[in-house]
Design a protein around this ligand. Structure first.
Ligand code: C2E
Ligand code: MG
Ligand code: MG
Ligand code: MG
Length: 271
């Protein structure tokens, strides 16, 4: 009635909203603290050739050293607060430092795929920064792959494409991550300057159902654009074998290895 709706006007926050806000503020504090106190660490997940099972590259995945909070939770907060720009720069430097370290230990290098957020791509000086960091650590651009999502298309299209072109001119590879989750993926693919497409786990999962044909046609389409295809989140041998059969180039997932610390990469996957 009138009385209760009148009362509701003054309730802007309920307990659940307050808890959520509190949690976000706590995580923001943890992120700031981690930037200043070496609180981040990179894990690496191998990406394998679908035919030979040879490890071809590694994806760098961010972790908090002292907190059990998943990236799915803290990355969006880092993005909302723009802390992702500083964190993202650390991720690139750390990856390059890792490559330099592996090189000095005499390992045969393999490329590292690095996730980058729209806010990083939005920065017009990003390609110059990447080029500078490659020079600083004396790493060839071939060893860096930047994973972007189609969220970057929420920024100015021409600027984004321009920045991606500059990165490709430097010699860095571009991967379209989480493909198949958005609305316009197929459309973007025809004009985004990318080298590789990574099928999202949600697609890999549908693969075993009656949607298998959709995934198969999607892979054919991507390959018709002369792009390489990676499938992520592959957990079973059945998925792995089917993907190989229909011409998927690379596979990433627990069936082969979960993301692991760099020492484990060295002992298991580097020569
Ligand atoms: P993503 O880039 O799509 O990374 C793949 C995610 O799938 C990773 O989750 C990985 O651990 C997980 N994964 C790999 N194989 C399997 C599997 O077989 N089964 C299942 N269930 N999961 C698998 P993670 O490490 O929790 O990262 C989640 C997301 O956070 C990433 O998704 C990426 O969008 C973001 N992220 C992680 N590190 C960074 C970073 O350094 N910078 C930015 N901007 N984003 C990052
Ligand atoms: Mg990724
Ligand atoms: Mg992905
Ligand atoms: Mg994903």
């Amino acid at each position: 009635g009138a009385k209760s709706s009148g009362k509701n006007k003054y309730i802007f926050f309920n307990n659940e909203m307050i808890d959520r806000l509190k949690e976000r503020m706590e995580i923001e504090e943890i992120l700031r603290d981690s930037i200043n106190n070496d609180g981040f660490v990179l894990y690496y997940q191998p990406i394998i050739d679908a035919k030979s099972y040879e490890v071809v590259s590694f994806e760098a995945l961010l972790r908090l050293r002292n907190h059990n909070i998943s990236p799915a939770k803290f990355i969006p907060i880092a993005e909302d607060t723009n802390l992702i720009v500083l964190i993202g720069e650390w991720v690139i430097k750390e990856s390059l430092m890792q490559l330099k370290g592996w090189k000095e230990k005499g390992y045969k290098l393999k490329p590292i795929a690095i996730n980058v957020s729209p806010a990083q791509i939005k920065d017009k000086s990003f390609p110059k920064k990447v080029e500078g960091m490659l020079e600083e650590f004396n790493i060839e651009p071939f060893y860096i792959e930047l994973e972007i999502t189609e969220n970057i298309m929420l920024e100015n299209h021409d600027d984004v494409i321009n920045t991606l072109r500059q990165l490709k001119d430097i010699g860095v590879k571009i991967v379209l991550d989480d493909f198949g989750t958005g609305y316009s993926s197929i459309n973007y693919l025809t004009y985004l300057p990318v080298d590789k497409v990574k099928l999202d786990k949600s697609l890999s999962d549908r693969f075993l159902t009656h949607d298998a044909l959709i995934v198969k046609n999607l892979i054919s389409f991507v390959k018709s654009l002369n792009l390489k295809v990676v499938a992520e989140g592959i957990e079973t041998k059945v998925q792995r074998d089917l993907l190989k059969e229909i011409g998927c180039d690379f596979i990433q997932g627990y069936v082969f290895s979960k993301p692991v610390p760099s020492e484990e990469i060295e002992s298991k996957f580097l020569e």
